[in-house]
Design a protein around this ligand. Structure first.
Ligand code: ZN
Length: 250
């Protein structure tokens, strides 16, 4: 259902003439070799934006412009765990009651969250050990919150998630007995950078609002290793800014 939802959004944004059915059978892509990031745009016409786009993600944040940005309100509710190993990462799917992120007058529903290791994106040229991407939508507009994780204390929610992490690529696994509290992934300080970017995976669709939290979280060495036994180096390289501005909330 989530794929259908995302597919609908992608369709709306890109106006590609593909059906939701096609979306589930997209051309194979990966993070290395012949199907790696430098080849994405050649793998399918649908992936052309990965090369031709001028507002691509991720980026290296070096300079930012202080702006009067609205505070972030994370209005998330607990929901029963649905988790999938989709061949690119471990993805956690939310349900209709999982809540939203409010930015000013815009309320974005949370759709899913997943990780990349090392982090996609960098700050002052530095990658973190992992990044969690929280994906939201408001009609056909996507907003992604990036939370960086560096080695340190274990994270309690990651402990829960990794304990049931599907080792094989496959279908969504439902754990109705496990309640997920997304706030355990969030730092106390919600100051942020924001810029206009894209999906970091094919079809690299643009018009994505990126929100990069400044305060970082921690992951234990063991937790990072657990994730890296399944996925490591699953990140897209840094993309050119092409004159875009990054804004900072403080
Ligand atoms: Zn991501």
């Amino acid at each position: 259902m989530l794929y259908k939802k995302i597919a609908t959004i992608v369709l709306a944004i890109t106006a590609l003439q593909v059906s939701a059915g096609d979306f589930g059978h997209d051309v194979h892509w990966s993070y290395s070799g012949d199907t790696g990031p430098e080849h994405w745009s050649h793998l399918s016409e649908k992936y052309a934006t990965c090369d031709s786009g001028k507002q691509q993600s991720p980026i290296n944040i070096t300079n930012s412009n202080k702006a009067d940005l609205p505070p972030l309100q994370f209005n998330y509710n607990s929901f029963p765990l649905a988790i999938i190993n989709n061949g690119h990462t471990i993805d956690i799917l939310t349900d209709a009651a999982a809540g939203s992120l409010v930015i000013g007058t815009d309320s974005y529903k949370i759709l899913d969250f997943h990780s990349h290791s090392p982090s996609e994106g960098a700050i002052d040229g530095k990658h973190a050990d992992m990044v969690m991407h929280l994906v939201h939508s408001l009609s056909n507009k996507i907003a992604v919150v990036a939370v960086y994780f560096n080695k340190g204390e274990a994270n309690p929610l990651l402990a829960t998630l990794w304990s049931v992490m599907p080792k094989e690529v496959g279908d969504v696994q439902h754990h109705k007995d496990i309640q997920i509290d997304i706030k355990q992934l969030l730092p106390e300080d919600s100051n942020y950078y924001t810029y206009d970017g894209s999906f970091t995976t094919p079809p690299c669709t643009e018009d994505v609002k990126w929100v990069v939290l400044k305060q970082h979280m921690t992951i234990s060495t063991e937790q990072l290793e657990q994730y890296n036994t399944l996925y490591s180096n699953n990140f897209r390289p840094l993309q050119p800014l092409n004159g875009r501005k990054v804004f900072s909330s403080n």
